[in-house]
Design a protein around this ligand. Structure first.
Ligand SMILES: Cc1ncc(COP(=O)(O)O)c(C=O)c1O
Length: 349
């Protein structure tokens, strides 16, 4: 007899990017430029009320997000990072035995979220070009499927799906299946064929868009994500959200960060230029790096993955190795990227 669910024994744990004192961390898809202007002051001010509960309805932040996005606030839900919202969405949509379809390899939280709800993970292998195979994903939908997740751009491969493919996919998926478009890296997209899910599909009844303030907006440590869905979906999610999970400090920080959009754009532009530079440099080293639309690049190194990760670490650069598929490397400052490229050149020699 076990005190907890026996099936969890087989479930891999979420592996966070490692931090090693003194090493350069390019393992967690963070943006390296510190909190946005105004955020630290907002956090300090909010901390003076730390003995009070936060606004459970997250009214001010939801309204500010809604105004930015041009949707009513009733369509917005916030959570303790978008990863928590993905979990709440699944909790709101799935009963044990239901199915969740997603591409694999993709964000490593998806299998954990599915298993947590007792739902079956239906993994559709990535294409040879490391992207989602949308027709195969649509074909994998059955009567038991409640949720399909499209990670666009995809973590960890950086690939993206374009509007024409997504149009077809959304037409193929039945109306009673929720399609979650996870856009954690939306701010780094430069390909104009890759749609902004909210602008393009926001009116579809079964589409839910997931976004985060962890990456481009620099709040990874404070944990704020949000989703936009139709009012019934957002209301159902808010019902199952852990009460008060968008903390007082997180709400204040998010409100301040949203006032710094120009700075976000400036930082993203640097990250994007560096992404292209790092991609080119790696291709010169004969690594077949797929074009990335995110703030990281993917090195499909197969069975050399673990060895490459360890070699980078020995040279003081922490990357994320997903053995035996490949290595994901977050774009850091230009100096950090140079250090990574030097380590990569040595590791590949
Ligand atoms: C695709 C994707 N979705 C969601 C998240 C979750 O981000 P957060 O919980 O920090 O908002 C991540 C984080 O790495 C991610 O890569």
């Amino acid at each position: 007899m076990t005190l907890t669910r026996a099936d969890l024994a087989k479930l891999p744990s979420y592996v966070p990017g490692r931090s090693v004192p003194g090493a350069i961390k390019l393992a967690s898809n963070e943006v390296p430029y510190g909190p946005l202007p105004g955020v630290v002051d907002a956090v300090v001010e909010a901390a003076t009320s730390a003995h009070r509960y936060p606004d459970m309805g997250v009214v001010a932040l939801r309204q500010k997000l809604a105004d930015r996005l041009g949707v009513p606030a009733e369509r917005v839900a916030t959570g303790c990072g978008s990863v928590a919202l993905a979990e709440h969405l699944v909790r709101a949509a799935c009963l044990p035995g239901d199915e969740i379809v997603y591409s694999w390899r993709s964000f490593e939280a998806y299998p954990i979220i599915a298993a947590g709800a007792g739902a079956a993970s239906i993994r559709v292998p990535n294409t040879a070009a490391h992207g989602h195979h949308l027709p195969a994903m649509a074909a994998a939908v059955t009567d038991r499927t409640r949720v399909v997740i499209v990670c666009n751009p995809n973590n960890p491969t950086g690939t993206s799906v374009r509007e024409a493919e997504l149009d077809r996919f959304l037409d193929d998926v039945p109306d009673d299946v929720l399609v979650v478009l996870d856009e954690a890296y939306r701010e780094f997209v430069t390909d104009d064929q890759v749609p902004d899910a909210l602008d393009t599909y926001g009116d579809r009844p079964n589409v839910v868009v997931l976004r985060t303030l962890s990456k481009a907006w620099g709040l990874a440590g404070l944990r704020v994500g949000f989703l936009v869905g139709q009012p019934e979906v957002a209301t159902a999610v808010r019902k199952v959200v852990t009460p008060f999970s968008t903390s007082l400090v997180a709400q204040a920080a998010a409100l301040a960060a949203l006032d710094a959009e120009d700075e976000v754009r400036r930082r993203c532009a640097i990250v994007i230029a560096e992404r292209e530079r790092v991609t080119e440099a790696l291709r010169k080293l004969s690594v077949d790096v797929p074009a990335s639309q995110a703030n990281f690049v993917w090195l499909p190194l197969g069975d050399k993955t673990a060895e490459f990760g360890a070699a980078c670490e020995n040279r003081g650069v922490i990357v994320r190795a997903f053995h035996p598929d490949g290595v994901r490397v977050t774009i850091g400052t230009p100096e950090e990227n140079d250090a990574f490229l030097a380590a990569a050149e040595a590791a590949l020699a």
